[in-house]
Ligand binder design. Sequence first.
Ligand code: ADP
Ligand code: MG
Length: 568
Amino acid sequence: MTKVEEFQALGLTEVTLEAIREKGFETPSPIQKLTIPVLLRNENDIIAQAQTGTGKTAAFGLPILEQIKSGKGLPQALVLVPTRELALQVTEELISLNRKKISIAPIYGGASMSEQLRRIKRGIDIVVGTPGRILDHIRRSTIDFSQLKWLVLDEADEMLDMGFIEDVEEIMAATNQTKRTMLFSATMPQRIAVLSKKYMRDTEILKVESKQITADLTDQIYFEVRECDKFDALTRIIDVESEFYGIVFSRTKVGVDEIVNRLLERGYAAEGLHGDVSQAQREKILRKFKRKAVNILVATDVAARGIDVNNLTHVINYSLPQDTESYVHRIGRTGRAGNQGTAITFISNSEYRQFTALKREVKSEIRKQQLPSAEDVIEIKRNKIKDDLQEIVGGEGLINNYKTMAGEILEQYPPEVAMAALLKLAFKNELEPDTYPEVRSFSVDRKGTARLFIAVGRVDGFTAPKLVEMLKRETGLNDSKIDDVRILDNFSFVTVPFAEAEAVTRQLNKLSHGNQPLAEIAKDGAGNRSGGERSSRGGGRRVAYGSRAGGDRRRSFGGGSGDRKRKR
Ligand code: ADP
Ligand code: MG
């Protein structure tokens, strides 16, 4: 059973803890530690400040989900966010933490009004909305917030920046006065204080100080990659290093398990450490890692505490840590005892904002680099094979047992043909460029994709593969254009190329019966700032590429030489 004691200690109970277990959260983030107990204990309004990417959604979401009772009909909670993109993201995150059949739905501008009205009639417990559209509904009396218990102003600084102050004030004034207001923000401009004086009572201020820390001993680089390409990026980095010996950090336990399993599947020697690994097992794994019987250790921040290994070549931030301090902690593991190491950070679309803040705080240079290309990887592998070959040829007697057979083969085929066939046998398709999926930078993505909202979900019998199949059949898209599929109970999300989003939506809407649209464009990647930068948070499961990534690459080269050992 997964450990969630630290969350339990904050006052959360079993239903909520179950959700946290499934999410794979290991420890509460600093802002969650501050807000959750307060939100469970008293009735004060709160102002909470913490950097982007530090888990503010769960910081208000978990206490609300803990306390809310489903099925009252009228909305009990309203979360205001600046953009429709964020409305969808916050909805996704809250739904992923919902174990009580609470109905949660986004209400934002640009979506069909009639569909929204139907949705509101069916009853929504937690509304996640943009100020303009919410106010629209309030003014038309199409939504009744008289029973509201919680009002959350999320990303308050951005909401004010975007000129929503009057809308927000009007909503605060128009909703029932016994509600509890919680304001979450990355920064605290003066206007927020003014707003809170006017509309909030007994306000408690909870703030996570962001520390300025230097980390300059280590060579720091970063790559922009899509969430679904991170794994291929990781294997490329490992493949081009002659003696990779490193720790790969993931933010969740689920993430650690997934990375380890995929590495093992591809024949790498990896072990995983997180809070659910027993002490005995942990020690065994650490011994193995120290003597380099495995060269890749995948760990959460908590599990990596106290690991004392000096000569790492790499620390890889597969996902960003909870805060800047943990980043410095992580990368401090290379470059110890005078050894030069490299810290590599993968930044996906949805981590971009947090990374920008982090870069500002880590007072040292983090250089952007391009991932090694498939050709680079293949070239290095070829050279490695040649080196290994030389070693074997030089090692007297090692190949005597094969000489007779070699003679027999050469009688049958020309030498290059025989050699080529043996290489193919030994290395399968490892030296073939087609085996390596294209790893695109997400900045291409940011301009190039759109997130679609599709009005069918699990209750309609859809799974990710089924939805992909439906999209392929109905719209003619191929696998490589369908990304980040996320299936929820009543609806789904999927990312497609921006250029094709309109056409795909049109195709899909031909299928819908009545006047309820089947698909809507949730955001255009080139649109507003926060909209564009945070597209694939949450889901990130790679559906479309699944089949290509598989393949049997277990038989890899250089099994015996160097420190890089691989499992067979
Ligand atoms: P913010 O609103 O502060 O910018 P988010 O709420 O969007 O941050 O969270 C950023 C990411 O961190 C999300 O992917 C979320 O699932 C993840 N996250 C939140 N809390 C935790 C936690 N305690 N442990 C690990 N990951 C977490
Ligand atoms: Mg947020």
